[in-house]
Design a protein around this ligand. Structure first.
Ligand code: GLN
Length: 354
């Protein structure tokens, strides 16, 4: 399936093969980076598909294409066979037209794999959780995932809250203050891990090789990488190299790691007070093709609601709740680490039960 190059992007426009189109409106972005996975399910070309999520790459395109996507807890699904983007943040997960389909595919994908040492937990049959039963469940309405989102998304969140309440859940209001800093935290950690993961694509050990005349190792590697990588990938390799240089490391990388542990602690604490957290997946509806692709900072800021789940290592899922002028309006739920069962219960109650 088409995707942003090396999974870097939130719009599905930076693939070497050209942009993916949104099945709901071909003039709008499908979201990224797993754009083809979500557009194919949204457009009815595939029943189910797999994406990867390092900072929202399943949830963003699922939200924009009107399908269901789950970012499982880090370590629930093996990364064996994936090309690393940022190895402490990512993993594969299911994309489906409905919650039951996502639960079914997750049942197949999950479980310990000797080829990926971070997988330890056994998988389970998640389909039995897609019942819509949320009696007694506590749902946290997270201020940082609600304030400032576009009106149609805010309405979708309200609707989701009402459906959960009607099905027997209790709503509680919460705040997670460090979410404000999640985008810079994410991008510093991701740039650092990404530039290290990309080092092997030098044309000798791995990947495309530039022109054959060898005029020294450095010149050859530099030519290979200049030719083969797209702009966004180059930008990230350069920034990652910069923030991990010895003289900058403490100011950027080490601080981002410290902030990440504060964020994780805040999430785990809020997930004691509530069983799942409710809010937006994306702060807005899908934007027009070409609108943000030359403004990387504006594009990065679109990840404000998705990157925290990866930084905190919790599970999260997105599903459509209605639409606005033909474009899907999605909500996101976060769950405790390895508690995909409760996450799916809540998602299926929002969907309307089964
Ligand atoms: N939009 C994020 C980024 O560009 C997400 C990437 C991902 O999850 N693979 O880094």
């Amino acid at each position: 399936a088409n995707m942003d190059e090396f999974a870097c992007g939130s719009s599905g426009e930076t693939s070497a093969f050209g942009p993916t189109l949104n099945p709901c409106d071909p003039k709008r972005v499908p979201g990224g980076s797993s754009s083809g996975s979500c557009a194919s399910v949204g457009g009815g070309l595939a029943d189910l598909s797999v994406g990867t999520d390092t900072g929202g790459s399943i949830r963003c395109p699922a939200a924009f294409c009107g399908v269901v996507g789950i970012k499982p807890t880090y370590g629930l699904v093996s990364r064996y066979g994936m090309s690393d983007m940022a190895m402490s943040l990512e993993g594969p997960g299911p994309v489906a037209p409905d919650v039951f389909g996502a639960a079914l595919l997750l049942s197949v994908l999950s479980g310990a794999d000797p080829r990926d040492c971070v997988t330890r937990e056994p998988g389970t049959d998640y389909t039995t959780a897609a019942t819509g039963d949320v009696e007694g469940l506590r749902v946290g309405l997270v201020k940082e995932f609600i304030d400032g989102v576009d009106a149609p998304i805010a309405q979708a969140i309200k609707k989701a809250g009402r459906r959960l309440e009607k099905a027997g859940a209790e709503l509680v209001e919460l705040t997670i203050p460090s979410v404000r800093y999640a985008v810079p935290m994410y991008y510093i950690v991701m740039f650092s891990e990404f530039s290290s993961a990309m080092a092997k694509f030098d044309g000798f050990r791995y990947g495309h090789r530039g022109d054959a005349d060898l005029d020294g190792l450095e010149a050859s590697v530099s030519r290979t990488r200049s030719q083969a990588f797209g702009r966004e990938v180059k930008r990230r390799v350069l920034l990652g190299t910069y923030v991990t240089m010895r003289e900058h490391r403490d100011a950027w990388y080490t601080r981002a790691l410290r902030a990440r542990s504060v964020l994780r602690q805040e999430f785990l604490d809020r997930l004691e007070k509530a069983d799942v957290l409710l809010g937006a997946t994306m702060p807005c509806l899908p934007w027009r093709l070409g609108e943000l692709v030359d403004d990387p900072v504006a594009m990065y800021l679109m990840d404000i609601m998705t990157v925290s789940a990866n930084l905190a290592g919790v599970c999260a899922g997105t599903l459509p709740v209605g639409e606005h002028k033909g474009l899907p309006t999605a909500v996101q739920l976060h769950g405790r680490p390895f508690d995909e069962v409760t996450l799916i219960r809540a998602m299926s109650a929002v969907e309307g039960g089964r």
